[in-house]
Design a protein around this ligand. Structure first.
Ligand code: BGC
Length: 255
């Protein structure tokens, strides 16, 4: 994938899928803005790694659920790196609870990071692209749970279902500006969000039994599709979801 002369902003870039995407886009030639909740050793070392690839890199510390600070942080990073061509809305959280026990605070936290932050970042990004008369790419890291129910994660599923509809709507509204909007729907990927399952052999085996390709996904599996969607080869793709799940979503077997 050739992303030379492009600049990408990746949210939630300090670990897991976001980190792998930032590195893959940099390896493909893009300069990178790393959004993290707070700058720390991880973001500093990722910045050094990206700069060692010969790319420019800026760290953008900001909680994506705080909309005014998010807009200000976007403006600062665009001043630093120049126009942003590719927005990857990756930041996401999940909270496990039975539906009857979900608190308002947890519901708000999940919706605000996963959906509201992505929505308003897409808005500020698209406004800049329109103003500059240049197209752009919005790539949302959703989940198989934009379609598939996940008991005990109702707010998470609702946020991802909302992300799916956001993608479909924005793909149409932003097409006249040359901005494409697509989702990637990862299944079970080896990242910190799955720490509970990864550290318990019984849970891990039960999860593997649902995956036809018989392994968990790796962050790189998602990063490769992101680089493709960001590239010129994906010029004609908008409003879609690419599922990256080893076959989990449509797995059904009878003994
Ligand atoms: C969730 C994981 C889950 C996976 C497959 C992801 O969206 O974050 O917790 O294991 O979907 O169900």
């Amino acid at each position: 994938m050739n992303l030379h002369n492009k600049t990408a902003l990746v949210t939630g870039a300090s670990q897991g899928i976001g980190k792998a995407i930032a590195l893959r886009l940099a390896e493909s030639g893009a300069d990178i803005a790393l959004n993290v909740r707070e700058a720390d050793k991880r973001s500093e070392s990722l910045r050094s790694e990206i700069e060692a690839l010969g790319r420019r890199c800026a760290v953008m510390p900001c909680d994506v659920s705080q909309i005014e600070p998010l807009r200000a942080a976007f403006a600062r990073v665009a001043d630093q790196l120049g126009a942003i061509d590719i927005l990857v809305n990756n930041a996401g959280i999940e909270k496990r609870a039975e539906f009857l026990d979900v608190t308002e605070a947890d519901y708000d936290a999940v919706m605000n990071v996963n959906l509201k932050g992505a929505f308003f970042l897409a808005q500020v990004f698209a406004a800049r692209c329109k103003q500059a008369g240049r197209g752009g790419r919005i790539i949302n890291i959703s989940s198989v749970h934009e379609d598939l129910p996940f008991p005990h994660f109702s707010a998470y599923c609702i946020s991802k279902g909302g992300m799916r509809m956001m993608t479909r709507n924005l793909a149409i509204e932003l097409a006249p500006y040359g901005i494409t909007v697509n989702n990637i729907a990862p299944g079970a990927i080896e990242t910190p969000i799955n720490a509970r399952v990864l550290s318990d052999p019984a849970l891990h085996d039960a999860l593997l039994a649902n995956i036809p390709l018989k392994r968990l996904g790796r962050p790189g599996d998602v990063a490769g599709v992101t680089a493709f969607l960001a590239s010129a080869d994906a010029d004609y793709i908008t409003g879609t979801t690419s599922v990256v799940d080893g076959g989990l979503l449509w797995n059904y077997a009878e003994q």
